[in-house]
Design a protein around this ligand. Structure first.
Ligand code: PLP
Length: 235
């Protein structure tokens, strides 16, 4: 029997490939992240071989899942995609391979200090999260502040390597709004890359409801939760 998870991933991969083709891109330019917050370890173990990345929102939940991960069972890299509290930085650095949600210099500088403890020269990859839709309740730096944040991180947190940008689009079916958000993040990336000299190859954008549009607009990582795993149980 083919499981629902496997079927879902295959369908989504097909939709990513079609969207990439429409945009003259290759399907292999887009990585599929399974967003596993509030989903149990058993589902993750089933999905892991089919995914390129795992995304979790909370450091504590990810740390518990990683501790319970069976020895010898392969997994793909883990990205933190939720807000990083200052008191969770050490655990985040221990449990994630990349943090996508950096929107404040203070957080970046604290990460940098932990990375250099004891004279170590560890580097760590991050993305800058941009609040393209300017919703007040949302994390992310305002688009016009992103260049200044990037320059400050380069100067003041040299152990961090900024590899790209991340955004969460507005919750809407309005295709024009979504395209403006995703295309806007791509244009912002181009501008920041030119200004900083960093290549900034990664654009993490697109979720269950809008990943195909995001791929058409240049996404390199789509973060898909409910379309793979079903509704989340917040109980
Ligand atoms: C939960 C979450 C997702 C996945 O959302 P779905 O709509 O379930 O695909 C993607 N990105 C972030 C930042 C999230 O918090």
């Amino acid at each position: 029997m083919v499981s629902a998870i496997k079927e879902n991933v295959e369908r989504i991969r097909g939709e990513i490939a079609e969207a990439a083709r429409r945009a003259g891109r290759g399907a292999d330019e887009v990585r599929l992240m399974g967003v596993t917050k509030f989903h149990p370890l058993e589902m993750m173990l089933e999905a892991a071989p089919l995914l390129d990345l795992v995304g979790e929102n909370r450091v504590q939940e990810a740390a518990e899942k990683r501790a319970a991960w069976p020895e010898g069972t392969p997994c793909c890299p883990w990205h933190l995609i939720g807000h990083l509290q200052r008191n969770k930085i050490r655990r985040a650095l221990e449990n994630f391979d990349l943090v996508e949600s950096i929107d404040a210099l203070e957080t970046a500088c604290s990460m940098d200090r932990v990375l250099r403890e004891g004279g170590a020269e560890r580097t760590f990859p991050i993305f800058i999260e941009v609040n393209m839709s300017r919703e007040p309740a949302k994390s992310g730096v305002a688009p016009e502040e992103a260049e200044r944040l990037l320059e400050s991180i380069i100067k003041s947190a040299p152990s961090l390597h900024v590899e790209g940008l991340m955004t969460v689009a507005e919750d809407t079916d309005d295709e024009a709004v979504l395209r403006a958000t995703f295309g806007g993040l791509r244009e912002l990336r181009d501008k920041l890359a030119a200004a900083s000299g960093l290549p900034l190859p990664e654009l993490s954008m697109g979720m269950s409801g809008d990943f195909a549009l995001a791929v058409e607009e240049g996404s390199t990582i789509v973060r898909v939760g409910s379309a793979i795993f079903g509704p989340r149980n917040y109980g």
